[in-house]
Design a protein around this ligand. Structure first.
Ligand SMILES: *Cc1c(COP(=O)(O)O)cnc(C)c1O
Length: 350
């Protein structure tokens, strides 16, 4: 801290991103990145776009939004693009939530939500989880100033079905419901099909996980044109050019390569199921995951000890000191080889 800091940043506890080590080579299973390189069409698109770098990018991300809208069966004015879905989420908190109306989200979820809420001066309530880490859907229904829902949830991997998501959206007609679908491509049902019927639904997705472009920073929101206009209003009050020229070109090319996408996500899901089976065989509790990660614990073994043991064996996973999940590890689905090394290391540890 420093005496020149504003009161607002003096009081905030910022989000801690997963470690990106540079000192030694780890098997990186800590930030849910894709274990495969992106579509080959990405590199070509970046090369072509580089010639245009003296010019500012299209602030409205026209080509990228058209690609997303085309793929999802939406109109271009139902899509907004940002510099990673974290930015899109930050804009959405500012566009749709007011300090005098309480925003709700599950207690165990993406740890950026309480950071945004605090930073933007919003009141929020965290809904305790059911004992099996599922979300008590009823408690998100009605009377809220806003709802934020990761589906599948993070870091549990548990997904609500579309009927449950629709119940939450329908039960909060006076509030915006943000459904963060960062992991939806790994087996869950998307809420995009509900957008035409619910002007309060905003679905957020990202190129970082299922499209193998975490280093690019592209995310998008889909919803009623009225909500999209709100996001644009926030963006144009801060920085109109948040998605750079190379990112727009690369993400547009990636999204055009459906064959790459289907093959890679199928491989990730298959590797996830094999790894889950193996970890259960060696005595781990593994939650049913619809994401590209597994949330696991070993009864009687402190999570800190397991994470440290894996680190010493060259494997990084993610763990939080949060009450209720301190003995759980979130393990990203890597290559088949990565997961074999992980299982071998855990077997040695327990
Ligand atoms: C990874 C992740 C994001 C952020 O993704 P970016 O597009 O890389 O900013 C958002 N929400 C959840 C739940 C995530 O896990």
């Amino acid at each position: 801290m420093n005496r020149f800091w504003s009161r607002r940043i003096q009081s905030i506890v910022p989000y801690t991103p997963g470690e990106q080590p540079k000192d030694r080579k780890f098997i990186k299973l800590n930030t849910n990145e894709c274990p495969e390189p992106p579509s080959a069409q990405v590199l070509e698109a970046v090369r072509a776009a580089a010639a245009e770098l003296p010019r500012y990018p299209d602030p409205e991300c026209g080509s990228l939004r058209a690609a997303i809208a085309g793929r999802e069966g939406l109109d271009v004015d139902q899509v907004f693009c940002g510099n990673g879905s974290d930015e899109v989420l930050a804009f959405a908190f500012q566009a749709f939530f007011d300090p005098d109306r309480e925003v709700v989200f599950p207690r165990i979820t993406y740890s950026f939500y309480p950071v945004y809420a605090s930073f933007f001066g919003l009141k929020y309530r965290e809904i305790p989880m059911n004992s099996d880490f599922s979300i008590p859907v009823e408690q998100l229904c009605g009377g809220n100033g806003g709802v934020v829902l990761a589906n599948p949830n993070a870091p549990t991997g548990i997904a609500l079905d579309l009927g449950q998501v629709e119940r939450i959206v329908a039960a909060n007609p006076e509030a915006v419901v943000i459904v963060d679908e960062a992991y939806v491509d790994f087996g869950a049902q998307s809420a995009v099909g509900l957008i035409g019927r619910y002007p309060n639904l905003l679905v957020v997705q990202t190129a970082s996980k299922s499209w193998a472009l975490a280093g690019l920073r592209v995310g998008w929101a889909m919803g009623d044109p009225g909500l999209i206009g709100g996001l644009r209003c926030v963006r144009d009050s801060i920085n109109s050019y948040t998605v750079d020229r190379l990112a727009q070109a690369a993400a547009t090319a990636a999204i055009g390569d459906e064959a790459w996408f289907q093959a890679v996500r199928a491989r990730v899901m298959e590797t996830r199921e094999r790894a889950a089976k193996r970890l259960k065989e060696i005595g781990f509790t593994v939650l049913p995951s619809q994401g590209n990660f597994l949330f696991v614990s070993r009864p009687g073994r402190p999570g800190r000890e397991l994470a440290e043991g894996l680190r010493q064996r060259g494997i990084l996973v993610r763990r939080w000191d949060q009450p209720g999940i301190e003995d759980w590890l979130r393990i990203s689905v890597g290559t088949g080889e990565d997961m074999d090394a992980l299982a071998a290391a855990l077997e040695e540890l327990v």
